[in-house]
Design a protein around this ligand. Structure first.
Ligand SMILES: Cc1ncc(C[n+]2csc(CCOP(=O)(O)OP(=O)(O)O)c2C)c(N)n1
Ligand SMILES: [Mg+2]
Length: 292
């Protein structure tokens, strides 16, 4: 997708809302992220008929229902491969995944590195509440050890993973983080992600007021620290240092990394062009090379 080439439409953020009732708990951070997404779409003037929102399963994965766009609510953890297929089949559309920490990093974890290393031209917005919300409170790969969940009533045995370091390591070309209590910051980072050519990943902390009672909005307010001005977003080493944390227990808020790299659809179309432009290309000959 090139956002500049898309058909534009002037719409207020609330116009991106569908007529499906938002069923999240009152006070859930997911509301703030939804507002941030709609604000970003409005500022970019995205025509909802140019947008495909793909999700897996979870409270956060219900986002496509609440918004105007084409959408696919797929299987738990499988938004990535489905969205990759959509992007390759219809590269002229804007493709976006919305989903949770369980969906993305537990059952869907096997797909994450491949979206990043292949630089699939789409955006992944991860609602990170450190819990499985929809299934009523099991600990997730991003839960803190202190969290007493149904599956870890005495606290967890595992250290949480670091989604930012993970995405930087595997080659995502846009990596950002914020929290639901700052919808304007979320909107700005999502806007940048949607405009970016390549795989953009936005990690958005979200308070789960029902099943994760320790990661409260106040906890996130104290936890998040804006990335200092002057950070060079093209410096991978500097981005990784920031992703590791400041040593005082804070987590970064803002844009960590943004670079240009060839996307999967560009590389595939180059291969197709090469094959079509080779007069003596014989598909069977090449296939036969691999036969015993
Ligand atoms: C194959 C499969 N396994 C398990 C489930 C049950 N399940 C549904 S949602 C979910 C976890 C959701 O957590 P997360 O992705 O963090 O989203 P949240 O609800 O917290 O927004 C699980 C385990 C399922 N639907 N399908
Ligand atoms: Mg979750």
């Amino acid at each position: 997708m090139s956002i500049a080439a898309l058909h534009k439409k002037e719409m207020a953020p609330k116009d991106y809302k569908s007529d499906v009732n938002v069923v999240w708990c009152p006070g859930c951070g997911h509301h703030g992220i939804l507002n941030g997404i709609m604000r970003a779409l409005s500022e970019l003037g995205v025509d909802p008929t140019n947008l495909v929102n793909v999700s897996g399963i979870g409270c956060s994965s219900r986002t496509p229902y609440f918004m105007q766009s084409y959408k696919m609510h797929t299987l738990h953890g499988r938004a990535g491969p489905v969205a990759t297929g959509v992007q390759l089949a219809r590269p002229e559309l804007l493709v976006c995944i919305t989903g949770g920490d369980g969906d993305g990093f537990a059952i869907g974890g096997g797909h994450m590195p491949h979206m990043a290393r292949r630089n699939v031209n789409m955006t992944y917005i991860l609602f990170d509440n450190g819990i499985y919300g929809l299934t009523k409170g099991q600990y997730s790969p991003t839960s803190r050890r202190e969290l007493k969940a149904y599956t870890t009533p005495y606290g967890g045995p595992d250290d949480p993973m670091n989604p930012l370091l993970y995405m930087l390591t595997y080659g995502a070309t846009y990596v950002a983080q914020a929290f639901a209590g700052k919808p304007k910051v979320c909107a700005d980072l999502i806007k940048g992600a949607l405009e970016h050519k390549g795989f953009s990943y936005v990690n958005l902390y979200s308070q789960c007021v029902t099943y994760n009672r320790i990661d409260t909005i106040q906890y996130y307010r104290d936890l998040m620290k804006e990335i200092p001005e002057g950070h060079d977003v093209t410096d991978l080493g500097a981005a990784m240092d920031i992703a590791r944390g400041d040593g005082e227990g804070h987590r970064p808020m803002g844009l960590l990394y943004k670079v240009e790299r060839e996307t999967l659809d560009e590389r595939l179309s180059a291969i197709v062009k090469m094959v079509n432009g080779t007069p003596d290309y014989d598909r069977n000959k090449i296939v036969n090379l691999y036969r015993p």
